[in-house]
Write a protein that binds this ligand. Structure first.
Ligand SMILES: Cc1cc2nc3c(=O)[nH]c(=O)nc-3n(C[C@H](O)[C@H](O)[C@H](O)COP(=O)(O)OP(=O)(O)OC[C@H]3O[C@@H](n4cnc5c(N)ncnc54)[C@H](O)[C@@H]3O)c2cc1C
Length: 437
């Protein structure tokens, strides 16, 4: 492999400024590491240019400022280019890479939709995308791909987008990896966004991975927070090593920087109806016959209607190992019903077979952000906390006053849940009947 040519910052050569030498006694000569300084009979230095290595020691040693560094015009041009790149030494490839990266600008949010209905996570991402775009001083764009989906552009503007790339064609009526991948990659190639965000849903996870692979960039999945560093790179934070640490991951050498975020992790932004933006109609020459997959029928998941949506609930009563048995969850059901909420649980409760997996809250379960989260007999392991700590209010019931759940709790009740939960339910009932009277 050819050795890479590093472009070194030119060091120049020392030279004497005529008439300034005070014949101090050859200090310049004594510090020169290469014996490149001769002294004249008058005690003035004569620099041997071919020996000078540009170490600047003589210039610094001279008490009269009679020495200076000298650069050729070519060397000065190289120095100017170094200054432009923050004074770092760079090889040609690095300079080219930076030039390529600088061509990417803007924050994009992929608006996931099903039958023209946008996934809520897309608006949550529009909210955080707005903040990132403001920090970077760039526009926020929504990418809308579907059939008959133009009205989603207005919604995207109302949630903070400045513009919307709209690809509206019957080919995109239902999600399929191949055509969506093709259109996303074409748009990225054409408009070069620096950041692309997608929901960490079935669709988002499928598409984001495929796009990142095709455009040869990095992707951080399931981020829990996003920010911009001092150099304008995206800081993508997510749990790592089984949730024991939070890692901030950067993709500073490639563009776009891609991240997925799970539903309910980011807050829903305030909608501003009437806010306007620009729709950019994009065509994508993909025809049905060129796509390998066909959607023959859409089968709705059995029992999907009756399924509990823990992630979307406003009130959640969650139980952990402290519940001791499956039948004790009836007590939580009662409280949840009074509050108009649902029952969730820790992984321990799910692993014990007391709850179905779709009710698990935490790192390997759902991320929730209810108005009130009541944690009953849950210790507060980090893997549980990452899924619920952004709830508006957290009420923790635990008999162990040192349980970590109390560190995130808004209200903590140290006591036996078998006494506290029924008492709470009775109190809620009483208040409701008083209010109804
Ligand atoms: C990779 C990985 C992913 C994970 N993902 C998840 C996840 O998504 N969600 C999750 O929850 N966990 C997850 N875990 C597991 C997590 O580490 C904990 O083991 C789990 O959350 C503990 O569940 P718990 O709090 O119900 O049980 P415990 O930790 O056993 O806590 C039980 C609590 O109940 C209290 N208690 C007992 N009896 C009573 C009583 N009568 N009244 C009041 N309090 C009582 C105890 O004081 C104790 O604090 C994950 C672990 C790993 C390694």
């Amino acid at each position: 492999m050819a050795e890479q040519q590093k472009q070194k910052k030119p060091r120049g050569k020392a030279r004497v400024i005529s008439g300034k030498c005070i014949a101090c006694g050859a200090r310049c000569q004594s510090v020169c590491p290469v014996n490149g300084v001769e002294m004249s009979e008058q005690g003035e230095p004569i620099i041997e240019a071919q020996k000078c290595i540009g170490c600047v020691k003589c210039v610094k040693a001279c008490p009269a400022g009679a020495l200076e560094m000298f650069y050729t015009p070519e060397e000065l041009a190289i120095i100017a280019s170094f200054e432009k790149h923050g004074g770092e030494e760079m090889d040609e490839e690095e300079v080219e890479r930076r030039r390529r990266i600088a061509a990417y600008r803007g924050v994009w949010v992929f608006i996931e939709q099903n039958d023209g209905e946008a996934a809520k996570v897309s608006w949550e991402l529009t909210g955080v995308g707005r903040e990132l775009a403001d920090q970077l001083g760039v526009p926020l764009s929504a990418v809308i791909i579907g059939s008959g989906v133009e009205r989603l552009a207005d919604l995207a503007f109302s949630y903070g987008a400045d513009q919307a790339y709209l690809v509206d064609n019957t080919v995109f009526r239902q999600y399929r990896t191949e055509p969506f991948l093709e259109v996303m990659c074409r748009l990225i190639d054409k408009h070069k966004p620096e950041v692309v965000l997608m929901g960490a849903t079935g669709m988002g996870r499928d598409l984001a991975g495929a796009v990142a692979t095709r455009v040869k960039t990095g992707l951080t999945a399931d981020c829990t927070s996003l920010g911009i560093d001092g150099k304008g790179n995206l800081m993508q934070t997510r749990p790592a090593f089984g949730g024991n640490i939070m890692a901030t991951i950067m993709c500073d050498r490639f563009r776009p920087q891609m991240a997925t975020v799970r539903p309910h992790v980011m807050p829903m932004p305030q909608q501003r109806p009437g806010r306007t933006g620009t729709i950019i109609h994009e065509s994508c020459p993909i025809c049905e016959s060129s796509i390998f997959t066909r959607v023959l029928e859409v089968i709705t998941e059995k029992g999907a209607k009756d399924k509990v949506d823990v992630a979307g609930a406003e009130f959640i009563v969650s139980g952990g190992r402290g519940l001791m048995a499956k039948e004790n969850f009836a007590m939580l059901e009662e409280l949840a019903e009074e509050l108009g909420g649902v029952v969730g649980g820790s992984r321990s409760a799910v692993d014990a077979g007391w709850l179905s997996q779709d009710r698990q809250v935490g790192q390997t379960g759902k991320t929730v952000r209810p108005k009130i989260y009541i944690a009953c007999g849950i210790s507060g392991a980090i893997q549980h906390l990452v899924g619920m700590q952004d709830s508006d209010a957290i009420i923790a019931i635990n008999r162990d006053s040192d349980a970590p759940i109390f560190e995130v709790a808004t209200f903590g009740i140290v006591g036996d849940l078998f006494q506290v939960v029924p008492a709470l339910t009775a109190r809620v009932r009483e208040m409701k009947s008083r209010a109804a009277a």
